[in-house]
Write a protein that binds this ligand. Structure first.
Ligand code: PEP
Ligand code: MG
Length: 575
């Protein structure tokens, strides 16, 4: 291709052949080509209208909710059939949100207390929840605000369709064809499309006609969004971070999800190159499928355990699908977020039991809750901190608020009856923390038995994610059954670099000799004590490091489920 690349504020423009290549963020890998369809959300203008008849306004709201729940159930069933249980969960979660008592109380509060029309009450409530979620430090939780918006918009659309509507206007951009006209939702468009949108909700993503939609390009959205998860499950390449221009509508576009690039009006040569890449990606996928059920072993016979990181029930299907040999990190704190009160013992027990049973005897490493730092929980009433990453976090909360910890330990011990469970303690800096936890575990076990519950055997391990833990890893190794190195925090604390601060990304270097030397110390001390050591931080999935980590003697790597087969392939090629 004869091109000159101009870099101007994130834009690479190739001159001389009417081709524009824009760099965005990789969301879903793969390559797609099609005509651009700019998707515009319906703009719904809601105004306050005094409700003279409060009862009828409440009835309208309740009916709209019932219809919305019906629609969500249809979407759930469609998603189960087309994509599987795991991907359908988003619609189950949205249904639960719509059944949430607090949400209803808030909407009803507006109608009854302030005599507002139902639309106004739903709009206010939805925006309030979405804004609360947007303010959280955790990117995953921020993405959930899109779900709240999706649910509220669904109820609003139903209310607006109601003839007794009190909405002033419901309009769509006249320059853009209706979804049903252009076929990107449920219509019958004949041409392959790349959908460009500011953002896409899970509902919009699911409703798109997969027969014609080849790719997604959005302005906002991260890999953690449910829309991205669904796009991934639908195998639709996606790129985000692209400022969309109206004049692109109808033009040809190519999406390179692997490299996060979008080409507008690509020339023949670009298309040829992309087509070759696309074939290579597909071949690679088929090749990797062959590794399912195979051992992860180097040519010289060293076995490396390949486990998966999960944040909840929704990830289990991907763990099984990608043939993980166990779960190496279950970040249980996600269970505590985005709610109004602590999860009960029963709720936790049922969740852990589900995961343990699904793994059918393969190990499940349950990390006790790592609340604090970027994962904040309002109902815990934690004080504001100047330096939360160095603050009241993880094991520090657990051992000073033992009642909370006891509930989690009870649930884990009960779930351990159903499989192979290991408990992993985060943010450890002393031997005493392990001894205190063991003492508590013994007490809780006794308590459960006296109440007639069965308890399973559990192994106890610690995360090595502070320089302190590295320096005393010899002593720690005498106290526990395994180590798991959290390289994300270990890099942050070793290099004194806030991992949350995007401006520091250029300095954040997990290959820093200080971090790698720490890894060597930890591996050596673990092996001397006869225990296994794994890595569950992002470094475990870094293919540039796989050979070095195996050569250092790492026993286990725990990574996102989709990385498992790629790593197995690499490890099997190491001498
Ligand atoms: C880590 O710190 O590397 C780790 C795995 O824990 P988290 O990313 O959840 O802090
Ligand atoms: Mg950590």
């Amino acid at each position: 291709m004869h091109t000159r690349v101009i870099r101007a504020i994130g834009i690479e423009k190739t001159e001389g052949n009417a081709l524009e290549c824009i760099q965005g963020k990789c969301i879903v890998g793969g390559i797609a080509v099609g005509r651009i369809e700019i998707y515009k959300e319906k703009q719904i203008a809601i105004t306050y209208i005094r409700a003279e008849d409060v009862t009828s306004e409440l009835t309208r709201y309740e009916k709209a909710c019932a219809v919305a729940i019906g629609q969500l159930q249809d979407l759930y069933e469609k998603a189960v059939c087309e994509l599987g249980e795991s991907e359908a969960q988003v619609f189950a979660a949205q249904t639960m949100f719509l059944q949430d008592e607090e949400y209803h109380a808030s909407v009803k509060g507006w109608i009854e207390g302030k005599h507002t029309n139902a639309e106004y009450a739903v709009d206010k409530t939805g925006k309030w929840y979405a804004q609360k979620l947007q303010q959280l430090n955790d990117e995953y939780m921020r993405e959930r605000s899109q779900d709240v918006k999706d649910v509220s918009d669904r109820v609003l659309s139903i209310l607006i369709g109601d003839l007794s509507k009190s909405v002033v206007s419901s309009r769509r951009d006249a320059s853009v064809p209706a979804a049903s006209e252009c076929g990107i939702c449920e219509g019958t468009r004949m041409e392959e499309k790349i959908v460009f949108a500011k953002d896409l909700t899970p509902g919009q993503t699911m409703q798109m006609d997969k027969a014609y939609v080849r790719g997604f390009v959005t302005t906002t959205g991260s890999k953690n969004s449910h829309a991205a998860i669904l796009a991934g499950a639908m195998n639709i390449p996606a790129v985000s971070g692209i400022e969309i221009r109206q004049e692109w509508n109808g033009k040809l576009a190519a999406v390179d999800g692997l490299n996060g690039k979008v080409y507008i009006e690509p020339d023949e040569q670009t298309l040829e190159i992309l087509s070759m890449q696309s074939k290579a990606v597909e071949q690679r996928r088929i090749q990797l499928e062959e590794l399912k059920g195979k051992k992860t072993i180097t040519k010289s016979g060293k076995t490396v355990k390949l486990y998966a990181n999960i944040a909840g029930k929704q990830d289990v299907a991907a763990v099984l699908e990608n043939d993980a040999e166990g779960i190496g990190l279950f970040r249980t704190e996600f269970l505590y977020l985005n709610r109004n009160d602590y999860p009960t013992e029963e709720e936790q027990f049922l969740l852990y039991k589900y995961v343990v049973e699904a793994m059918q005897g393969k190990p499940v490493v349950i990390r006790t809750m790592d609340i604090g730092a970027d994962k904040t929980v309002d109902y815990m009433g934690l004080a504001h901190e100047e330096n939360p990453a160095l603050g009241y976090r993880a094991i520090r909360i657990c051992l000073t608020r033992k009642n909370i910890f006891r509930v989690q330990l009870r649930a884990i011990l009960r779930a351990a009856v159903y499989g192979r469970v290991r408990i992993l303690l985060p943010m450890i800096i002393s031997v005493d923390e392990i001894r205190d936890t063991r003492e508590l575990l013994d007490e809780v076990r006794e308590e459960l038995r006296s109440e007639g519950y069965r308890c399973g055997e559990v192994q106890l391990g610690v995360m090595i994610e502070t320089p302190a833990a590295v320096m005393i890893s010899k002593e720690l190794a005498e106290e526990v059954d395994f180590f798991s190195v959290g390289t994300n925090d270990l890099t942050q604390y070793t290099l004194a670099l806030d991992r949350q601060n995007a401006e520091l990304d250029v300095f954040y270097n997990p290959y820093h000799p200080a971090v790698l030397r720490m890894l060597e110390i930890v591996i050596s001390n673990a092996h001397e004590a006869g225990i296994e050591v794994g890595i569950c931080g992002e470094l475990a999935a870094d293919v540039q490091m796989t050979k070095a980590l195996v050569e250092m003697g790492i026993d286990e790597l725990s990574v996102a489920p989709t990385k498992i087969l790629q790593l197995r392939d690499l490890i099997c090629q190491i001498n």
